[in-house]
Design a protein around this ligand. Structure first.
Ligand SMILES: *Cc1c(COP(=O)(O)O)cnc(C)c1O
Length: 218
């Protein structure tokens, strides 16, 4: 199936409240343009350099989401245009994002990445770390950044029971935190292999790459 057809089919199948982030990492601008011409306006990339190059070349009504791990010294390159950063995992990074956003008179929306996978993952915060961060005095002082939700990556497995446990735990955490923090409106979970389950378990933002653009050759 063509990229344009997949985009249309996916968007038709997703519930109204679920946003589709088309994960276009490693793919050429021509592929992204095919998705764009089919109506897609949110694209996700995991490398800042690559996202900057695509942003420069493509129409300016696109929302660019950084879905990968972010190094502090690279925040400045995306600060002029990035619309959502999915994988924030420290106060240090939030401070840098706020500092760089201020230079462009912007407020940048961020998600905290929460560890939900049973497998050992390098990135992400524990729920406890996220709670501590959200109630800290330091975060209140950051005027150019807002935490608007959470992102989670489940274990790479076909085991539906395990995926259910992982997605459900994040959904429960999200709902609990929403009662304390009114800015939390986004729960980003679900990829090509597991997005229908993630949506059934409360996700309202899915990050889908290979199911749209085909498999990646790194
Ligand atoms: C690559 C990537 C995706 C998309 O993965 P697919 O399996 O191709 O849909 C989603 N989220 C993150 C954080 C990624 O790095």
């Amino acid at each position: 199936m063509k990229i344009s057809e997949k985009i249309k089919e996916l968007n038709a199948s997703l519930p109204e409240e679920v946003s589709l982030v088309a994960v276009s990492k490693t793919k050429p601008v021509s592929d992204l343009m095919e998705a764009y011409n089919a109506g897609q306006r949110i694209f996700g990339e995991n490398k800042i350099q690559e996202m900057v190059e695509k942003w420069e070349e493509m129409p300016k009504d696109i929302e660019w989401h950084m879905i990968g791990h972010v190094q502090t010294n690279k925040v400045k390159y995306m600060a002029p245009f990035v619309s959502l950063i999915h994988a924030v995992d420290s106060l240090k990074l939030l401070k840098e994002i706020s500092k760089q956003a201020a230079k462009h008179d912007r407020v940048i929306n961020c998600l905290l990445q929460i560890k939900i996978a049973a497998e050992e993952s390098k990135f992400g915060m524990t729920e406890k770390e996220a709670v501590t961060l959200l109630i800290s005095e330091e975060i209140k002082a950051l005027k150019n950044v807002v935490v608007v939700g959470f992102m989670g990556m489940a274990t790479f497995t076909d085991d539906q029971e395990q995926l259910t446990t992982e997605f459900s735990s994040l959904k429960e955490f999200y709902e609990g935190q929403q009662m304390q923090h009114s800015n939390l409106t986004i729960l980003s979970m679900g990829m090509s292999g597991d997005y229908p389950l993630a949506i059934a378990l409360g996700s309202n933002m899915v990050r889908v790459g290979s199911a749209i653009f085909g498999s990646r050759n790194y």
